[in-house]
Design a protein around this ligand. Structure first.
Ligand code: UT7
Length: 401
């Protein structure tokens, strides 16, 4: 174990990446364990005792990964008091993107009116949020960008095999987001450890276009259903309980901190028993871990930012606290991170400026007008040639007379 040390390791550029905004969005529709009893052979008692889950949220017809991500992102911008036009980068961690491309991040970039931002999706399953925050923090610390929005958003209900009781009882829909900002104030993201073991790729996944030989779907997907999630629960459980403690310890070592310096661990919400096993392996009380798996189930890349938002709401995180994130899942991938919490009021506001909430609303409105205008001009482009063809056809008919 390294020496107890609260001093923040210096950033080579003198720039630190702080989390200054956070937001979450979950669908209104609740699916309880009792309701699941009518769908697959299961019981409320089994689900509660084996997973700790009581209910999960399910996206409505008009909701999607991007719409949930957009809501969470807007809320995070409010907390951070950042204008969409100040955003340099948007990363959406998701396993349920709207499309293979365009990215869900690009859709959200457009809806926010983040006209100066780059945008891309990141695929690292349930570890995706931690991976994405690290990518954004690295970009900020290098001095290449100043403001990033990282969103974890999922509609897992759309990739569930609703006949597979081993998976469909576990997952739910939702989104969470954070805003990261550059500052010379020490703190923010202190360290991260990202790992992958692709030899476990068949334990957990969603086969999709590009899976091997598509003319032979069984071969391509190794017997798994196309576009549906499959999981070897027992093996993933063993993997998760093995890596969590090890990974958090590595991230703490990198930040020159001990577990005693950590006031809260926000883990991926997969199963309460996994969280309890991780607490045992780290020799800490289970209360050191944030858990809301009982109300949302496993929302994959969205679970850490959703749990983070609720931890802040509950007053479990204060400025200058050291907190840790740990994600694990498909890939196999896992990732942990240590953050010195900043809060929303600590950094000086850039661009000073008044009427910022109104300017944010105006940016969203402008983005909608821009999108409608584009759609209308595309419509005109489509209509005009048709009109030309109709006129040419009429000319030909005229010539026949
Ligand atoms: O986000 C990515 C990371 N994902 C995870 O971390 C998930 C990790 N895995 C798990 O959380 C657990 O393995 C599960 C919750 C998926 C399963 O719990 P388990 O304690 O490992 O149960 P099991 O798969 O060993 O199954 C025990 C029994 C089996 O019956 P038999 O063979 O003992 O007669 C299953 O068929 O429970 C049965 N079972 C169910 N019974 C009622 C499996 N699913 C259900 C169900 N309801 N939904």
């Amino acid at each position: 174990m390294v020496a107890h040390n609260q001093v923040v390791l210096p950033s080579p550029t003198g720039i630190y990446a702080h989390i200054v905004g956070w937001g979450m969005a979950v669908p209104d529709t609740v699916l309880t364990n009792q309701e699941l009893e009518a769908i697959v052979e299961t019981s409320d008692e089994w689900i509660r005792t084996r997973t700790g889950i009581a209910e999960r949220r399910i996206a409505g017809e008009r909701e999607s990964t991007a719409s949930l991500g957009l809501k969470a992102g807007r809320r995070a911008l409010e907390v951070a008091d950042v204008l969409p036009t100040d955003i340099d980068l948007i990363i959406v961690a998701t396993s349920t993107p709207e499309n293979i491309f365009p990215s869900t991040a690009s859709l959200i970039q457009n809806w926010l009116g983040a006209t100066k931002a780059g945008a891309f999706d990141l695929s690292a399953a349930c570890s995706g949020f931690v991976y994405a925050v690290d990518m954004a923090a690295q970009s900020i610390r290098s001095g290449s960008i100043k403001v990033a929005v990282v969103i974890g958003a999922e509609t897992m209900s759309r990739v569930m095999d609703w006949q597979d009781r081993g998976t469909c009882i576990l997952f739910g829909d939702g989104a969470g987001a954070v805003v990261l900002k550059a500052s010379e104030v020490e703190g923010g993201v202190l360290s991260a450890v990202l790992r992958s073991d692709g030899s476990g790729s068949d334990l957990l996944g969603i086969p999709t276009v590009g899976s091997g030989d598509l003319r032979n779907p069984d071969f391509a997907t190794n017997g798994h259903k196309m576009h549906k999630m499959h999981m070897n629960g027992g093996e993933v459980f063993k993997f998760a309980t093995r890596v969590i403690g090890e990974s958090i310890t590595q991230a703490l070592d990198k930040a020159n901190l001990n577990i005693e310096d950590v006031s809260l661990i926000v883990p991926h919400q997969a199963n309460l028993r996994i969280i309890q096993a991780a607490a045992r392996s780290l020799k800490v009380e289970p209360e050191l871990f944030m858990s809301n798996v009982d109300r949302y189930g496993n929302t994959s890349a969205a679970s850490i930012p959703i749990a983070l938002c609720e931890a802040v709401q509950q007053g479990r995180i204060k400025p200058d606290d050291n907190i840790a994130f740990i994600g694990f899942g498909g890939g196999l991938t896992w990732a942990s991170m240590v953050v010195k919490w900043t809060g929303s009021k600590v950094l000086e506001r850039s661009n000073g400026g008044i009427l910022r909430p109104q300017r944010r609303q105006f940016s969203y409105l402008l983005a909608r007008w821009r999108a409608n205008l584009r759609r209308f001009s595309k419509f005109l482009e489509r209509v005009r040639p048709n009109r030309g063809r109709i006129l040419r056809l009429r000319d030909k008919l005229d010539q026949l007379d």
